[in-house]
Ligand binder design. Structure first.
Ligand code: 6PG
Length: 232
C-alpha cells in the first residue's frame, strides 16, 4: 500500500499543502516527460485548491488539464465540472494550460467516452497527477456503488480509460476515468473534508472488501501508485 496522509485542523492549511504537493509533482512530470497530464475532479471540495494552483507559476503551457469525471451536461449547465474547472483553475497563471473536455455537443455519452479515451491515448495514456474527492457513499470519480457499470469501472484489467457511469442516486449520466487510467500516475491526491467523509474513509481504509460497496477502496488498497490523503 503506497498510502501517505496528512491531517489538518485548518482546511486552509490543507489546501495550501495540497497545492504545493500537486505543483511539485506536476513540475517533476514536466522535467521528466517534457509535459504533464493533470486530472481534476469536480464537486465542491477541490475549488479552493484550484484557485491556489491557478496563481502558481508552473509550466502551464506544457500541462494538459483533463477531468477525472464529468456530468453529461454542456459546459453552460450549473452542474458542469468543465465550467467549474474553467472558472476556478484555468485562470491567471494557469490560463496557459490546455484543457480537454469530456462532454462534446452532438455526441452521445458512449461516443464522448470513446473520443476522450482516444485523446488520452494520444497523450500517452498517462495521467501524471490526479486530484480526487470522495462522496459520503465512498465513491470517487464517478465510480458510484449503485451504478450498473461499477464492476468494470474499478476493474484494473478494463481496456478502457474512459467510460460511461449511470448512477441511480446522483443526478446525470456521467463520463469517468476508469481505474486503469489512474494506475500509472505519479501521485493521486485525495481530499477528504468533514467528519462524515472521515468516517467513511476510515472504514474504506480498514477493510479492503467489499470493494464495490465503497469504491474508493480501489485506490486505497492498490500497490501501484502513490496515494496521498489530505484530511481536514
Ligand atoms: O463530479 C463529481 O461530483 C466529482 O468528480 C466527484 O467524484 C466528487 O469528487 C465527489 O462526488 C465528492 O464531491 P464533493 O467534493 O462535492 O463532496
Amino acid at each position: 500500500m503506497k498510502l501517505t496522509e496528512q491531517s489538518f485542523a485548518d482546511s486552509a492549511v490543507m489546501y495550501a499543502t495540497a497545492a504545493d504537493t500537486v505543483a511539485k509533482n506536476l513540475q517533476e512530470a514536466v522535467r521528466e516527460r517534457g509535459k504533464a497530464v493533470f486530472a481534476v475532479s469536480g464537486g465542491k471540495t477541490p475549488a479552493p485548491l484550484f484557485q491556489l494552483l491557478s496563481q502558481m507559476s508552473l509550466p502551464w503551457h506544457l500541462i494538459t488539464v483533463i477531468l477525472v469525471d464529468e456530468r453529461f451536461v454542456p459546459d453552460d449547465h450549473a452542474d458542469s465540472n468543465a465550467a467549474l474547472v474553467k472558472q476556478n483553475l484555468l485562470q491567471h497563471e494557469a490560463k496557459g494550460a490546455t484543457f480537454l473536455p469530456m462532454f462534446l455537443a452532438g455526441m452521445d455519452a458512449e461516443q464522448c467516452a470513446r473520443h476522450f479515451d482516444d485523446q488520452l491515448r494520444e497523450l500517452g495514456g498517462i495521467v501524471d497527477v490526479a486530484v480526487l474527492g470522495m462522496g459520503d457513499d465512498g465513491h470517487t470519480a464517478s465510480w458510484f456503488p449503485d451504478c450498473a457499470q461499477i464492476h468494470a469501472l474499478i476493474d484494473p484489467l478494463n481496456p478502457r480509460f474512459c467510460a460511461v457511469s449511470e448512477p441511480t442516486k446522483a443526478p446525470h449520466k456521467r463520463l469517468t476515468l476508469t481505474l486503469p487510467a489512474l494506475l500509472k500516475s505519479r501521485l493521486l491526491a485525495l481530499l477528504i473534508t468533514g467528519e462524515n467523509k472521515k468516517t467513511v474513509y476510515r472504514e474504506a481504509r480498514q477493510f479492503a472488501e467489499p470493494i464495490e460497496a465503497l469504491p474508493i477502496r480501489a485506490l486505497l488498497h492498490q500497490h501501484r501508485v502513490p496515494v496521498h490523503i489530505f484530511r481536514a
